[in-house]
Structures are given as structure tokens and as C-alpha cells.
Design a binder for this molecule. Structure first.
Ligand SMILES: Nc1ncnc2c1ncn2[C@@H]1O[C@H](COP(=O)(O)OP(=O)(O)O)[C@@H](O)[C@H]1O
Ligand SMILES: [Mg+2]
Length: 614
């Protein structure tokens, strides 16, 4: 219920639609009840029992009141008049005309209420998607590791869709159907208390069955959404790794993985459908059984003359009662739908409710422009329970270049990720000109940094837009940046120059080209602090040279933290820091470090020189 109300909050302001919806719904119900009660005078006319009706009719218009008595009284008055003046054919014409008018109005108001619902639905879904997307933009990097991607995609598409089709659609189930049933029963009671009481006996039984069914549906729906998430993860991995899958002839392996999930999903979907489909046949059967029971008991009473019901009224009663079955059936199946939608809604809201672990403190300050020094003080960091960095102390003066080297898994990338606050340290602090980064706004910290990593992150857009990315740069500035980044030549040689679209994640470019676009992007942003994490490691020697050249130009007059795999690329750094198993084990300039006998750097260096000689 809480989830349902929260989802409805997205339809705010509720005053915009709820009162109007209620009015439309009540009018719909009023006119449709009117339709079916008109059967009674119609039968009277046909069976020629109108004398009784005329005798029964009030001789004057009853005083106005908002009650069934008034409506029936008024109708009886007019009807009596018409029979007296125009005879049976005239009465028949009158009843038919009233039926047409009443059907027209009941459908008109039904349509108007559906229009309102459509508006609410659109509003809810738009709001829900927007909140979800905004939250995803805020969540820290650590949130997106592992299996999350497929799961997130499924929440975005499938779960939101599920909320749309079920929870919102069942507004009718929550408001219109119950109201309809209540009003029909009020009318039924005024027609015959005895019969109506009898029909109510069966209510608790159907209620119990519906409750059991919906509990079961809820459990199954949870299982099904989870499976779908895993399946989407497999699909996502497959799309990203098509090349490897083909190269390793791993189609069968990955197909097996997919089939497991797919089969499981099909199984849970089937049992959900089975359970849900049980609701409607059951309620139809129960409903018709009740009607048959009513026919029997009522019929006996009418035939025995024990009831004040006339035959026409009795048939009218049965027809009206059978009309309750439709909303009752809809109500029981919408219980199933609501369950499914609520599970989906909870999955969406749980992401929206995830508090980003890294965010601005309430009193966060704007980090002033970088002037003097970056300092890592007694820094510790763990991924969850696994400690990765121990007691790191490091200073980077403005304008200098500090290189991080060491074997893979040593914690270099982790250290670099702490600077733009992708993660916050577990202990110790990072200061820029003495300001603790955690006390500064994320935006102001990241605004001063440019990052180029091993994988260049490009978007499926034109080259121009990829370089200009989120800046207000002019065309001339973009071209200038591309020239500095050694990218201009290949760009103008591309089919549509700067307007060439580069495919998903830049798949139509070579690794070196992608990297040079990333560098051009960083140049355009012109950040005082640069972080380069193995920016050339994935490249062949030829493009490495072009990229290296571009990087040198990018690093000019900037403060840089450079992670390099190939030591030759960092020889000229002002300080080289060797990180092993999360600790700084050596530091100094290249010349100092190569001379240190038995040092880690010397060993790494000689290994690479030998490799180059082979
Ligand atoms: N997102 C992560 N979650 C958990 N452990 C991680 C994560 N990223 C890296 N690690 C672990 O942290 C250690 C340091 O990794 P990393 O900083 O990437 O090293 P390097 O860049 O020096 O190769 C490794 O043992 C790695 O397995
Ligand atoms: Mg790394």
C-alpha cells in the first residue's frame, strides 16, 4: 500500500484529477445503472402490466432530493403520464429514447474518466523514469560494478513498464470498480433486501481465494523480475564481448548461460500467468453460481407470491445483479496486476531510495582554483572489506608531474580514482591547497580535473559533439583542440569530417583515434589537474607515438598524476612513485631509482629494456 501511494505521488497534484475522476466515475455508474433499471418498465410495457404501474405512479412530481427514491419517483411520474397520454407504443418509444440517452452519457463519462487516467499514467511514468535516471547519475562508481548493469536496464525498461500497465491501470480497480459494486448493491438492496443478503453470503469465500492468489503472485513476480535482470546482464555482456565470444568459439558456452536464464524466466512467467488466469474463471464461475442460486430462490418466491417483487422487477434485478459480475471480475484480476506492478514499483523505488554514498555535505564549500599543492595524507582505502591502499603519503606540487608505477593490482588506479572523489578514502585525507576534498562540492572538485584512461569513453554521436562534450566551445576551439591532440588529420579524412558519427562507444574508430579524441576533449576543458591512467597502454607503438605527443602537449603547464605501464613514458616525471600491494615502496626521479641496486624500479626497468631488445 505504501508503495502504491508513493507511486501515486508522481501524479501530483492529485487535486488535479481525483475530484474530477470521482465525478466522472459516479456519473458513469449513475447512467449505467439507469440503463439496466429501465429494463423493468420496458418489460412492464411488453407484458402489459402497465395498469399496475400507472396505478402505482405518483400523481405529482416528488420533491427534489439526491436519492434513488427521487429518481425512481420522478421516472414513475413521467412514465405514468406518458402511458396515460400516448398508450403503450408511446411508452415504448419513451423508454427506448431514455435508454439511448443514458447509454450515451454513461459512455461519454467513461471516456472522460479514461482520458484522465491516461494523463495520470503519463505523468507517473515520466516522473518515475526521470527520478530513476537522475539517481543513477548521482550514484557512485562502486554501485555499477558486477551484475548491476543488466539489472538496472531491466528496472528502467521492464519494471517501469510493469508499473505503467498494472499499478496505474488499476486505478480503475481501486476506485471505479469498488464504487460501481457499492452503488449497484445499494440499488439491489432497495429492490430486494432478502435476495441481496443471500448473494452477499458468498462474498467472504471469494475474498479468501483472491487473497491467497495475490500472495502467491507477489512471490512469483519477484522471482521473475530478478531472472529478467540476470538475463539482460548476459545480453549486455554478449553485446559488449561479441568479438571474444567468436574468437574463443564460445557461442555454445554463452548460449547455455542464456538458455538457463531464459528457461527459468519462461517457467516463472508461465506459472504467474497460470495463477493470474485462475482468478477470472474462478470469479466468473462463482458469480454465475450465485446468479443461478438467486434465480432459483427469487423465482420460487415470485412464483409463490411470497415476495413483493413483480416478475418484471425480478428479471430487472437479475440483470442488474449480473452486471456487478463484470466489475467484480475486473477487481479480482486487478489484484493480480497490482501485485506484479507493486513488485516492479518496489524495484524502481529501491534504486531511487539508494542514498549516494558520495555526495556533497550540507555545508560543502566550493574548492577555490588550484594554486599550490595536492596532498594525500595517511591515506587508507578498502573496497568493502578488502584493504587496497595503506598509509599513502604523497605531495604533488602545482606544475609538476608525478608518476605512479608498479605491478598490476598494486592500487594505482584506485589511488587515482580517489582524487576526483569517485571513492572517498576509508581513513586519512586528500587536501588541495589545504582544503579537504570531502568538505568540497563534488562539482567544484571534478571541475578542476581532466581524466584520460585506458578505455576512452565516447558516445554514439558526431566527432564534433564528442570533443565539445558539455562545454560551450566554438567550432574553431574544437578544431584547435583536435589539432593539438593530433586528431585533426584523421578527422578531416573521415567521410563527414567533424560531423562523422562514430558508432556505439566509438566502435568505428581505432584505439589510437579514440584516445586522441579523449585527449582533445580534455584539452578543450583546460583543467589545471590531469589524471592519466595508462592512457597509452592499449595502443600499438605507432599510434602510441601520436598519442604520447598529444599527451605531452596536454600536460604542458599542468599538474599531472600519470599512471604508466611503460616506464619509458614517465622517465621525465618530477617524481616517480612505486606502489606495491597498496604501499609506496620507492620514490624519486628516474635517475635516482635506476641507480638503486635491488630496487623494484630497477628490476621493472631492466625487465622492460630486455623485452624491448628481444
Ligand atoms: N571496484 C573494485 N571492487 C573491488 N576490488 C577492486 C575494485 N577495483 C580494484 N579492486 C582491487 O583493488 C586492487 C587494486 O586495483 P587497482 O587499483 O586497479 O590496481 P592497478 O591500477 O595498480 O593495477 C586489486 O587487488 C583489485 O582486485
Ligand atoms: Mg589500473
Amino acid at each position: 500500500m505504501k508503495t502504491y501511494l508513493r507511486i501515486l505521488q508522481y501524479a501530483r497534484p492529485i487535486a488535479d484529477f481525483l475530484p474530477l475522476y470521482l465525478v466522472y466515475t459516479l456519473l458513469t455508474i449513475f447512467f449505467s445503472i439507469g440503463n439496466f433499471t429501465l429494463i423493468i418498465p420496458l418489460l412492464d410495457v411488453l407484458f402489459d402490466t402497465t395498469k399496475a404501474t400507472v396505478a402505482d405512479a405518483p400523481t405529482a412530481m416528488p420533491a427534489f432530493a439526491l436519492s434513488i427514491a427521487y429518481v425512481t419517483g420522478a421516472f414513475k411520474y413521467y412514465f405514468g403520464q406518458i402511458i396515460a397520454e400516448h398508450g403503450r407504443i408511446g411508452a415504448l418509444t419513451f423508454v427506448c429514447l431514455v435508454v439511448v440517452a443514458s447509454v450515451f452519457f454513461s459512455n461519454l463519462f467513461r471516456y472522460l474518466s479514461l482520458r484522465l487516467i491516461a494523463r495520470v499514467r503519463a505523468r507517473v511514468i515520466r516522473g518515475l523514469r526521470l527520478d530513476l535516471y537522475q539517481r543513477i547519475l548521482q550514484l557512485p562508481l562502486s554501485f555499477f560494478s558486477g551484475e548491476r548493469k543488466g539489472d538496472l536496464m531491466s528496472r528502467f525498461t521492464n519494471d517501469v513498464q510493469e508499473v505503467e500497465t498494472s499499478v496505474v491501470n488499476t486505478l480503475t480497480g481501486v476506485i471505479r470498480d469498488p464504487l460501481t459494486i457499492v452503488f449497484y448493491f445499494v440499488v439491489l438492496f432497495t429492490m430486494s433486501t432478502q435476495l441481496t443478503l443471500f448473494s452477499l453470503l458468498l462474498l467472504p469465500i471469494s475474498g479468501g481465494i483472491i487473497a491467497t492468489v495475490s500472495k502467491r503472485l507477489r512471490r512469483q513476480a519477484k522471482q521473475s523480475q530478478k531472472t529478467l535482470g540476470t538475463m539482460l546482464s548476459v545480453i549486455d555482456e554478449t553485446l559488449g564481448g561479441v568479438r571474444v565470444i567468436k574468437a574463443f568459439n564460445a557461442q555454445k558456452y554463452i548460449l547455455g548461460k542464456f538458455m538457463d536464464q531464459n528457461d527459468q524466466y519462461a517457467r516463472t512467467s508461465r506459472s504467474i500467468d497460470n495463477t493470474r488466469d485462475l482468478a477470472s474463471p474462478f470469479s466468473e464461475f462463482a458469480g454465475v453460481t450465485v446468479v443461478a442460486g438467486l434465480l432459483y430462490f427469487g423465482g420460487v418466491m415470485v412464483l409463490g407470491g411470497q415476495s413483493d417483487l413483480t416478475a418484471a422487477k425480478f428479471i430487472g434485478y437479475i440483470i442488474l445483479f449480473s452486471q456487478v459480475l463484470t466489475p467484480a471480475k475486473a477487481l479480482s484480476s486487478s489484484f493480480g496486476n497490482i501485485q506484479r506492478g507493486l513488485v516492479a514499483g518496489e524495484r524502481v523505488l529501491s534504486i531511487i531510495d539508494t542514498e549516494p554514498a558520495i555526495r556533497d555535505q550540507p555545508d560543502a564549500a566550493v574548492l577555490p582554483p588550484f594554486e599550490h599543492e595536492i596532498e594525500f595524507q595517511n591515506l587508507q582505502f578498502s573496497y568493502g572489506e578488502t584493504p587496497v591502499l595503506f598509509d599513502v603519503n604523497l605531495k604533488i606540487r602545482k606544475g609538476s608531474t608525478v608518476a605512479l608505477v608498479g605491478s598490476s593490482g598494486g592500487g594505482k588506479s584506485t589511488l587515482a580514482d580517489l582524487l576526483p572523489r569517485f571513492y572517498d578514502p576509508s581513513a586519512g585525507q586528500i587536501l588541495i591547497d589545504g582544503h579537504d576534498l570531502r568538505a568540497c562540492t563534488l562539482h567544484s572538485v571534478r571541475d578542476q580535473m581532466g581524466i584520460v584512461t585506458q578505455e576512452s569513453i565516447l558516445f554514439n554521436d558526431s566527432i564534433f559533439n564528442n570533443i565539445r562534450f558539455n562545454t560551450q566551445a566554438t567550432e574553431a576551439e574544437v578544431i584547435e583542440a583536435a589539432k593539438i591532440a593530433n586528431a585533426h588529420e584523421f578527422i578531416v579524412a573521415s567521410p563527414e569530417g567533424y560531423q562523422t558519427v562514430i558508432g556505439d562507444r566509438g566502435s568505428r574508430l581505432s584505439g589510437g583515434q579514440r584516445q586522441r579524441l579523449s585527449i582533445a576533449r580534455a584539452i578543450l576543458r583546460n583543467p589545471p589537474i590531469l589524471i592519466l591512467d595508462e592512457a597509452t597502454s592499449a595502443l600499438d607503438t605507432e599510434s602510441e607515438k601520436l598519442v604520447q605527443e598529444a599527451l605531452q602537449r596536454l600536460m604542458q603547464n599542468r599538474t599531472s598524476l600519470v599512471i604508466a605501464h611503460r616506464l619509458s613514458t614517465v622517465q621525465h616525471a618530477d617524481e616517480i612513485v612505486v606502489l606495491q600491494h597498496g604501499r609506496i615502496v620507492e620514490r624519486g626521479t628516474h635517475d635516482e631509482l635506476v641507480r638503486r641496486q635491488g630496487g623494484v624500479y630497477q628490476r621493472l626497468s631492466s625487465m622492460q629494456t630486455n623485452a624491448a631488445l628481444v
